[in-house]
Ligand binder design. Structure first.
Ligand SMILES: [Zn+2]
Ligand SMILES: [Zn+2]
Length: 340
């Protein structure tokens, strides 16, 4: 009889089940087996289990893609990490041979396999992945911080694209975990004014508690006027961390500024006067997942420059995963970290 473990398995539309499944085994020499220590609940997990689903996952897959753990076993060809190492994982397994992979754009791989969405993830005790996806992180980093690595690698991709300079102003649309990480990264990079936009009172309060005072609820205040009052000409950089704020971002960015489009909402379509892009000479930059940015994200974690403890609103055992998903769906949480 094989060993089993408790796992949160996506079984089909609206159905996430906690059940015993076999412990995964290493089947290729390049793989590693990880004992999961902490895993974040992502907005994507909420979208996957909602009805109708806002994001499509493969049925009978263990969810959970933002994780950190200890290596407990390595395949025969693994040399860069060893048993006992703490690692964070890039959950987007890339092929390594397509046009994009060969041009150092693994996030755009033509054959990407998404761990915790289409391949078994980390809402469980053990996970087996290709060793090329595992990045060693120093033991001095608190384990829960490791659960931010994936989001952070995504955010580093976006911050690299907009290249914010010291003193420049930024607006961030969406004050969820990703928006908060952008705000902290911009602050660490020396940003001047940082304006944060959201309509959830919980998230706006949270943002103030994290030390960002320029928060706006556009349903209650004229956002553009607010931005002009604080910047005179519009922000240097705007980030759409919500996935539906492109038109707003374009409207509040100064001439010659940059807009990063990060959040994903596949239902959203943007309507805006196209001439604004021409008149303002705006640069609109898509930022999708982690573009070979895990090493940088690990360095940010190790530098301890961000206040990640402050972003953890809940810490729960795996048995409370449904409650965690519900809290996040109702925007009554920021980052929820699960301990399997
Ligand atoms: Zn995610
Ligand atoms: Zn590829």
């Amino acid at each position: 009889m094989s060993e089993t473990m408790l796992a949160a398995v996506f079984e089909g539309v609206g159905k996430l089940t906690l059940k015993d499944v076999p412990v995964p085994k290493i089947t290729r020499p390049d793989q590693v087996k990880i004992e999961v220590e902490a895993v974040g609940i992502c907005g994507t997990d909420v979208h996957i289990v909602s009805v109708p689903p806002g994001y499509i996952a493969t049925p009978n897959t263990i969810l959970g893609h933002e994780y950190v753990g200890r290596i407990v076993e390595v395949g025969g060809s693994v040399t860069h990490i060893k048993v006992g190492d703490r690692v964070v994982v890039n959950p987007n397994d890339y092929c390594g041979v397509c046009y994009y992979c060969q041009n150092h754009l693994p996030n755009l791989c033509e054959h990407v396999g998404a761990i915790g969405i289409d391949l078994d993830g980390a809402f469980c005790k053990y996970n087996v992945v290709s060793s090329k996806l595992a990045f060693k992180v120093d033991d001095s980093v608190p384990v829960d911080h490791g659960a931010f690595a994936e989001m952070l690698a995504d955010v580093v991709n976006g911050t690299n694209k907009v290249k914010l300079q010291p003193g420049e102003s930024a607006a961030i649309i969406g004050a969820g975990p990703i928006g908060q990480l952008y705000a902290q990264m911009f602050k660490a990079a020396g940003a001047g004014k940082i304006i944060i936009v959201d309509m959830s009172p919980y998230r706006l309060d949270y943002t103030r508690k994290m030390g960002f005072d320029l928060v706006v609820d556009p349903s209650k205040q004229d956002l553009k006027q607010f931005v002009l009052n604080h910047t005179g000409i519009g922000v240097d950089v705007a980030v759409d961390a919500a996935g539906s704020g492109l038109a707003t971002a374009i409207d509040i960015t100064r001439k010659g500024g940059k807009v990063a489009v990060f959040g994903v909402n596949t239902q959203a379509t943007a309507t805006f006067p196209q001439s604004q892009l021409t008149f303002k000479e705006l640069q609109v930059l898509g930022a999708w997942l982690a573009n070979a940015t895990f090493p940088a994200a690990v360095k940010v974690l190790e530098s301890r420059v961000l206040d990640l403890d402050g972003l953890i609103s809940h810490s729960i055992p795996l048995t409370e995963i449904h409650k965690g998903l519900e809290l996040l769906a109702n925007r009554q949480a920021l980052k929820i970290v699960v301990h399997p």
